[in-house]
Design a protein around this ligand. Structure first.
Ligand code: HXC
Length: 279
């Protein structure tokens, strides 16, 4: 789909890059010539991911443990990244989420999700942004959000609040920083199964089946599809896209939104024919 050197010369940090969607995006970035920096909470997971990615792609991967909730740790991470050559791109991918009845959430449960998603993305984005602006270096920020950033969603309320905040952040900064060489966009994925997220969000097989059944395309997303979109938005060739959110969900959220979308399964061919005007 892309030139094999599409991202060469770029050093890109993917938060939560040791597992799941972050790992898939990193694999694709490396195959397109980027150098990768990944962070996450577990050093062992990062080390194993870095080794596997290097073996697979021959690309350069460095890593550092970091809890995105901790501003001092994020600052240390960025100081280290800049001491090793700086960054050209940031992917705000690290997330925390679980399904719960909202009335049962403790303050610490709310803080855990908002801390990782909203505060962590803000610390990383503002930290990279101030370094890029001071240096006059171009920067590109991509944030992984969700479609319920604008629809809201029951049972994942802190996540919806946090992702909505990240969307507001990138739209605001796209205007404030765009003219100074720093652009920001977001991707809103539908269901892209990963071990970590599905354990917390999709605990029953019938829920996984329902995700597929309610999707107009009747399937979940494939990681390569998301990684291709993330590569497209990270490339210099799409430099005029700024402050945008691109949905990749097979049409899932629109399926839930359109007032008459539900009737397809209720109408037989004979029903449709009976509705036609008589000639
Ligand atoms: C209610 C819960 C809970 C649950 C944790 N808590 N899980 N409350 N229901 N299922 C509460 C705890 O009781 C505690 O509050 C507080 O949250 C912090 O929990 P800890 O386990 O101490 O925190 P920690 O180990 O740091 O875990 C953070 C986490 C966890 C967010 C809770 O889920 C996590 O680390 N997730 C990271 C990976 C992840 O979730 N990725 C998926 C993102 S997918 P108290 O008061 O008891 O101390 C995504 C996209 C969605 O976001 C789109 C899909 C279609």
């Amino acid at each position: 789909m892309f030139r094999s050197d599409l991202l060469s010369g770029k050093r890109i940090l993917i938060t939560g890059g040791g597992t799941g969607i972050g790992l898939s995006i990193g694999r694709r970035y490396l195959s397109l010539g980027a150098e990768l920096v990944i962070c996450g909470r577990r050093e062992q997971v990062l080390a194993e991911a870095a080794e596997a990615l290097t073996k697979e792609t021959g690309g350069k991967v460095s890593f550092k443990p970091c809890d995105m909730r901790d501003a001092a740790q994020v600052d240390d991470l960025l100081n280290w990244a800049w001491s090793e050559g700086g960054l050209d791109g940031l992917v705000n991918n690290a997330a925390g989420n679980f399904i719960a009845q909202s009335e049962s959430l403790s303050p610490r449960a709310v803080d855990a999700v908002l801390g990782i998603v909203l505060h962590g993305s803000a610390y990383a984005t503002l930290g990279c942004g101030k370094r890029w602006l001071a240096q006059g270096r171009k920067g590109n920020v991509l944030s992984i959000i969700t479609t319920y950033a604008w629809t809201g969603s029951a049972y994942v309320v802190p996540s919806a609040m946090a992702k909505a905040g990240v969307l507001a952040m990138i739209r605001s900064l796209a205007v404030e920083w765009g003219g100074r060489g720093v652009r920001l966009n977001a991707i809103a994925p539908g269901p892209f199964p990963t071990a970590g997220a599905w354990e917390r969000l999709v605990p029953k097989p019938e829920m996984a089946a329902a995700f597929e059944a309610k999707n107009p395309l009747k399937r979940a997303g494939r990681h390569e599809e998301l990684a291709n979109l993330a590569s497209f938005l990270m490339a210099d060739e799409t430099a005029y896209i700024n402050g945008e959110v691109v949905t990749i969900d097979g049409g899932e959220w629109l399926q839930g939104a359109g007032q008459f979308n539900f009737i397809g399964g209720m109408m037989s061919e004979a029903d449709w024919q009976a509705l036609k005007p008589k000639k």
